[in-house]
Ligand binder design. Structure first.
Ligand code: TRP
Length: 437
């Protein structure tokens, strides 16, 4: 058997994990939810969930992957095989399928972004007079299919080269550029006249939101999605780790980079939105309609709109490749196909199965909600039950601590076993009971 591909350096792994984490969840969902669920009041449950549960979940997924030397299908299979049961692979297929569902809609949005990168050079989105009209002719229309195809081809062009030579190499270039662009954009946004109102909107808490269960549900869903926890998302990265990699420290760094990116994204978008007196709770059209409108009248807007859409594209593609890897590894493991063949088939299937979503916006939105609010958090919960209960929290901790400079102590056992699993189950039930979406 060929030796399993590995991340070549810890920094390459952390940048790749941050690349997977920093994406549309940060740029699109976070600023909007922050505004919608009480500003700084939302930050409280969010930071709590992402640091305590996010880090715990990530350590679990990385550890499970490294222990199994496989993605979710193979690793879940191995856990149950040791107990003499044979349906583990079948269970592991659930989070892989959910992650594939994320890939389907992510490729569509990345396609829109690609279109906007090109349009940002010429300002094509202003031609018809209204950006809303431009977006309306793209999203939910057959015109978006070519862009969806290009997005999938871009991801394919990276994933086909594997981990060290593909995903890791790409992220080592993408992430430093992305961080630089973010900082430039924040400086532009917060120095606009009237930007203060946007900063206040983010930072002034409306505590009454903490009394509403939906705030907590949204904060948890956001925390899981943004660090790429789906029960499979980071298992696959774990399977490419060396024994010497420090999992707890890496998970913490990944969460910190992701949180920083989310806050920077909010600081790019909200001050600008307020400086121009626009609607901050506009939701999804924020990136594709509101922001271009802002660049239209902003000083140096031509320049900053190009930087803005390039940065979003980089954030999206570095996440897209991580999802694609989840599915590709699953396919390679299940069918024993070569990487090139698996990547091609996954990209092609994702294009075809994504078509019904690409050409109908209401179907698209319903699908995104179904996956991100219900199915993905359920997957992350499943993974935790698997690792912390079935595999056993002591075994899990032993695996997580291999290579750790500061090993996690036994205090962590109840955090993982009861707190993580308990809260995750509670929130999944709450979401269903309240029927948010
Ligand atoms: N974290 C990414 C974002 O915030 C999305 C993402 C990438 C993801 N890979 C994943 C989500 C795997 C779940 C599973 O946009």
């Amino acid at each position: 058997m060929k030796k399993r591909d590995k991340f070549s350096t810890t920094i390459g792994f952390i940048l790749s994990a941050a690349g997977a984490a920093i994406g549309l969840g940060n740029l699109w969902m976070f600023p909007w939810r922050l505004g919608q669920y009480g500003g700084a009041a939302f930050l409280l449950p969010y930071l709590f969930f992402v640091y305590i549960l996010g880090t715990t979940g990530l350590m679990g997924e990385f550890g499970l992957g490294r222990w199994g030397q496989k993605g979710a299908i193979g690793a879940y299979g191995k856990v149950l095989r040791e107990k003499g049961k044979h349906f583990g692979r079948f269970i592991g297929a659930y989070p892989v399928t959910v992650t594939w569902g994320i890939l389907l809609f992510y490729a569509i949005v990345t396609g829109w972004i690609l279109n906007y990168v090109i349009a940002s050079f010429s300002g094509a989105f202003y031609e018809s007079g209204e950006v809303g009209a431009y977006f309306g002719q793209l999203a939910g229309q057959p015109a978006s299919i070519i862009w969806q195809t290009l997005a999938l081809l871009s991801a394919l062009g990276i994933v086909i080269f594997g981990i060290a030579g593909g995903i890791e190499r790409a992220n080592k270039v993408i992430m430093p550029i992305l961080i630089g662009l973010f900082i430039l954009l924040v400086i532009r946004s917060v120095t606009l006249p009237g930007a203060m109102a946007g900063i206040e909107y983010i930072l002034v808490p409306d505590w009454s939101y903490l009394l509403q269960p939906i705030t907590w549900g949204m904060a948890l869903g956001q925390a899981f999605f943004t660090v790429s926890l789906s029960g499979a998302g980071m298992v696959v990265f774990g399977s490419y780790l060396k024994d010497s990699t420090d999992i707890p420290a890496s998970a913490l760094k990944m969460v910190t980079l992701d949180t920083a990116a989310a806050l920077l994204a909010a600081l790019i978008i909200m001050p600008a939105v307020f400086a121009y007196g626009l609607d901050p709770a506009a939701g999804p059209p924020l990136l594709f309609i509101t922001m271009p409108e802002i660049f239209r009248s902003m000083p140096l807007g031509e320049f900053f709109r190009v930087l803005f859409f390039i940065s979003i594209f980089l954030a999206a593609i570095s996440s897209l490749i991580s999802m694609m890897e989840v599915v590709v590894e699953g396919v390679m493991d299940q069918f024993k196909w070569a990487r090139a063949k698996s990547v091609t088939i996954v990209a092609l299937t994702s294009l075809v199965c994504g078509l019904p979503l690409a050409i109908d916006m209401s179907r698209f939105t319903a699908f995104v909600d179904l996956i991100t609010i219900y199915l993905a958090p359920a997957g992350a919960t499943l993974a935790a039950i698997f690792f912390f209960w079935i595999f056993g929290v002591d075994n899990a901790r032993k695996e997580i601590n291999r290579g750790a400079e500061k090993p996690v102590g036994s205090w962590w056992n109840p955090v993982a076993k009861y707190f993580f699993v308990g809260v995750a189950i509670l929130i999944v039930i709450l979401q269903i009971a309240y029927g948010v979406g």
